[in-house]
Design a protein around this ligand. Structure first.
Ligand code: CUA
Length: 156
């Protein structure tokens, strides 16, 4: 069967457009990280959290130059440590992980809000400019003790 030249051109354009479209969708699917928790950095064995640095020594660590690191381990239904003092104005990188189920790490009155999934280290940096007492709350339903899961944070 003889095809008109014009028909061939249109079919070619159609196929090229289709391939371009499919590869764009394909690349997006590969590079998209929507299914991961935000700012999810590293993986960790949830069974060995207490033996794995830096979670083997939870708490506030001074890194120098007004920079601090706060290591917190979450489990049903509490935070370790659960009574934290931070010097006013400190720039704190908070690193969290869970040893059991999905928890949340939220400090109302700040923009600190992270999902804490077992097997992952989540992290964010916040500067505590205002002195006062803050609450750390779990904002992901994690079981019967969820509503009591909280910790105290003082900026002094
Ligand atoms: Cu932990 Cu809700």
């Amino acid at each position: 069967m003889h095809m008109h030249k014009l028909e061939k051109i249109w079919i070619t354009i159609g196929i090229v457009t289709l391939i371009a479209f499919l590869s764009t969708v394909g690349i997006q699917a590969f590079t998209s990280d929507h299914h991961k928790p935000p700012s999810d950095l590293t993986v960790i064995d949830p069974e060995k959290v207490q033996e794995t640095a830096p979670f083997d020594e939870p708490g506030l660590k001074e890194l120098g130059d007004n920079k601090y690191e706060l290591i917190v381990v979450l489990q049903s239904f509490g935070f370790t440590p659960n009574d934290i003092q931070i010097p006013q104005g400190a720039e704190v990188t908070i690193k969290v992980t869970s040893i059991d189920v999905v928890h949340g790490f939220q400090i109302p009155g700040t923009n600190v809000n992270m999902m804490v999934t077992p097997g992952h280290i989540n992290s964010m940096t916040y500067t505590f400019d205002e002195a006062g007492e803050f609450l750390i709350l779990c904002n992901e339903y994690c079981g019967t003790g969820h509503h009591y899961m909280s910790a105290k944070l003082e900026v002094i």
